[in-house]
Design a protein around this ligand. Structure first.
Ligand code: SF4
Ligand code: SF4
Length: 353
């Protein structure tokens, strides 16, 4: 499967995605503006609490082309963060330390972040600075090439927390979303991570899985899904992990395309809007996170990054990083934000309310 960009699909243009999100409904009228909804609960303009996490997208290249990928990642994407931009990220972190606003956690994402040729160097530099590093590892990358086979040991040596998508504990449902053969490779990779100590009690090596729904519906409760995943993966494959992060699919990129193509867009948006939860709104991840794009541009979150909505009220590039101004900014919002506030909420760390 090709990325939307390679297909020259209309949704590879973020402007067109935003037009769909803001368009009038077929029956007339529009969905209430997310900003107005926040205003009704006293949260608009939405401000950061305090910057605690850098989520760095080190490139859009990936060995997979999952159906619902909000990054539109794949083997045909060539955008990759340079070492110079990584160096600017390190300088920004040093600046934040000096300013008395240390950013403790660095969350590395992609694409498959491990495919960036400077990935290991970057992790080593972050580790030297005492930062807590999270890697969003798609699992299959560990088996994709012999040069990646030692990733579990590399992660372990640098105290990396591993967060990995596994949409289901059945091969059929995982492969339907992520591609043929992905489930089998993911299981092997999880077993390799377990053998390195990941997910094992007392090891301190954290391994979390991510679940997202296969279609146009909200996910179930995190607690019960985690219990089911733990039981099934243990029984069928002797796999252990720490937590299951349950996330909602946001209506952007390939998932937006799916919603429109399948005639589910209106109904899905209605579900998100009607399930607005003020408690989830108070805990959206953009309040303590900054997202850094592969080219060093700054965004409020990874979703805004994919919609080309850069931060406002603070410098927009990591080389001009200013933590004090970022902590004072108004977060850029749009209709896709309803995905973070529906039901039990959604963030890169799972449900929020
Ligand atoms: S593994 Fe992740 S980044 Fe790669 S295509 Fe799938 S969802 Fe996108
Ligand atoms: S989509 Fe991004 S900006 Fe909008 S609420 Fe979610 S995390 Fe915040």
């Amino acid at each position: 499967m090709k990325s939307l960009k390679r297909q020259e699909h209309k949704f590879s243009d973020s402007f067109i995605q935003l037009e769909v999100l803001q368009a009038a409904r077929p029956g007339g009228g529009k969905f209430e503006r997310f900003e107005d909804k926040l205003d009704t609960i006293g949260l608009f303009p939405l401000r950061p609490t305090q910057l605690e996490i850098f989520q760095v997208n080190v490139g859009k290249m990936c060995n997979q082309t999952c159906k619902h990928c909000h990054v539109d990642a794949g083997p045909d994407r060539k955008e990759i963060m340079t070492r110079e931009t990584m160096q600017q990220c390190l300088e920004a972190l040093d600046k934040a330390d000096v300013a008395g606003f240390p950013v403790k956690t660095i969350d590395l994402t992609g694409g498959a972040p491990e495919m960036n040729p400077h990935f290991r160097w970057f992790v080593q530099e972050l580790h030297k600075r005492g930062k807590h590093v999270i890697v969003r590892c798609n699992l299959t990358i560990i088996l994709a090439n012999p040069k990646y086979h030692d990733l579990p040991q590399f992660f372990k040596a640098h105290g990396v927390e591993v967060v990995s998508s596994l949409p289901h504990f059945s091969a059929r449902r995982t492969d339907a979303q992520r591609g043929d053969g992905v489930f089998e490779k993911s299981i092997k990779a999880l077993q390799m991570l377990n053998a390195a100590g990941y997910g094992q009690e007392g090891s301190g090596l954290q391994l979390h899985l991510v679940y997202n729904p296969a279609g146009a519906f909200l996910p179930g409760a995190q607690v019960s899904l985690e219990k089911e995943f733990k039981q099934q993966l243990k029984r069928q494959f002797n796999i252990d992990f720490n937590s299951l992060f349950v996330i909602t699919n946001l209506p952007i990129s390939r998932f937006l395309d799916y919603l429109v193509q399948s005639g589910n867009y209106e109904g899905y948006m209605e579900k998100l809007v009607n399930s607005f939860n003020p408690a989830a709104a108070a805990n959206v991840m953009c309040r303590n996170t900054i997202s850094v794009g592969w080219d060093g541009q700054l965004y409020d979150c990874d979703f805004n990054q994919m919609l080309d909505l850069t931060v406002v009220g603070a410098p927009r590039h990591i080389k001009d990083f200013d933590v004090a101004q970022l902590n004072q900014r108004d977060i850029v919002l749009n209709q896709h934000c309803y995905g973070c506030t529906a039901g039990a909420g959604s963030s890169c760390g799972g449900q929020t309310a």
